[in-house]
Design a protein around this ligand. Structure first.
Ligand code: MLT
Length: 301
């Protein structure tokens, strides 16, 4: 009798895709979105419920680096895109450059959900990403399974904030402007605990680096012109987690409390030792809190 030989190699189509991996999602206006995808162990991949997380300004998907593997290890498929123009994503067509909107960032998140073959997703965002998550809810409500609003606000910019955006847009258009604008964001982004830890402060500065100046300027204009979502929050009928840093000075605890109070049934979590970049500053605590919330999200019918 012939002894059995080695098992034939698994054909590529039957193998679970590598995890984590970066997939490229094209948009209809010529942008290419780089999306980092983490699958749960065990190859369940596309069958697992999806969480999409949008980063804040002027970061990129690295903001979620400590959160993504923890969610995947707990059984969630997680996708973190670089917003158009940031990280490895390209900015896209003239229309967005001429009239940038947070709605476009939200529509990009919907493309990510589509590309991963999910009908609905838990959609979350930190600060600018939270503006996109709120816009996602406004524009793609049927695709929402739950919302995660981190270190963000529903209100539109005040006149002073709009004027500050315009100053930063002008700074972005100077030589080296992308890096110069990023440098202005560091102090506000980090809580006093992180700012008091020189290695972490240096790491954050290095991660921010020198974002693309045009991406910076378009994002600032999109945020400046975003609509006020406050009046609609009482109609938000999805499970919602409002989460943020107890040391956040840009969207302070009072702002997060008011946001949570305005959304029926929303949970609120304030993380000690974290500022505005809470998911990066306290990834383990952020992930644990998020997982507790996700455990109570009803499954898809
Ligand atoms: C962010 O972290 O995304 C920014 O603080 C948002 C903003 O400038 O409004």
């Amino acid at each position: 009798m012939t002894p059995p030989g080695p098992a034939p190699p698994t054909p590529p189509s039957a193998r679970a895709p590598a995890s984590p991996r970066v997939v490229e999602v094209p948009t209809d206006d010529g942008a290419r979105l780089a999306v980092e995808v983490h699958d749960p162990p065990g190859g369940a991949g596309a069958a697992s419920p999806l969480v999409v997380l949008a980063h804040g300004f002027p970061a990129a998907r690295w903001l979620w680096a400590g959160v993504l593997p923890r969610l995947a290890a707990a059984g969630w498929r997680v996708a973190a895109p670089d917003a158009r123009g940031f990280g490895a994503s390209t900015l896209g067509g003239a229309g967005f450059r001429r009239a940038p909107t947070v709605d476009r960032y939200a529509d990009d998140l919907a493309l990510v959900v589509d590309a991963l073959g999910a009908g609905r997703a838990v959609v979350g965002g930190l600060s600018m990403g939270g503006y996109a998550a709120l816009a996602f809810w406004r524009r793609h409500a049927r695709r929402v399974r739950a919302l995660v609003l981190a270190d963000t606000r529903a209100a539109a910019d005040t006149p002073e904030a709009r004027a500050r955006r315009d100053e930063l847009v002008a700074l972005a258009h100077t030589p080296g402007g992308g890096g110069a604008v990023a440098a202005t964001q560091v102090d506000g982004a980090l809580g006093r605990t992180t700012r008091g830890t020189p290695e972490r402060l240096a790491e954050f500065r290095a991660q921010l680096g020198h974002p693309d100046a045009e991406a910076i300027a378009t994002a600032l204009r999109a945020m400046r012109d975003r609509p006020d979502a406050t009046a609609t929050l009482s109609t938000l009928a999805w499970p919602t987690l409002v989460i943020g840093g107890a040391e956040d000075v840009l969207t302070p605890p009072g702002t997060l409390r008011a946001l949570a109070a305005a959304i029926p049934g929303a949970r609120l979590a304030l993380l000690d030792g974290a500022g505005h970049a809470s998911a990066w500053e306290r990834p383990a605590e952020f992930a644990t809190t998020l997982l507790e919330f996700l455990a109570a999200v009803p499954p898809d019918p």
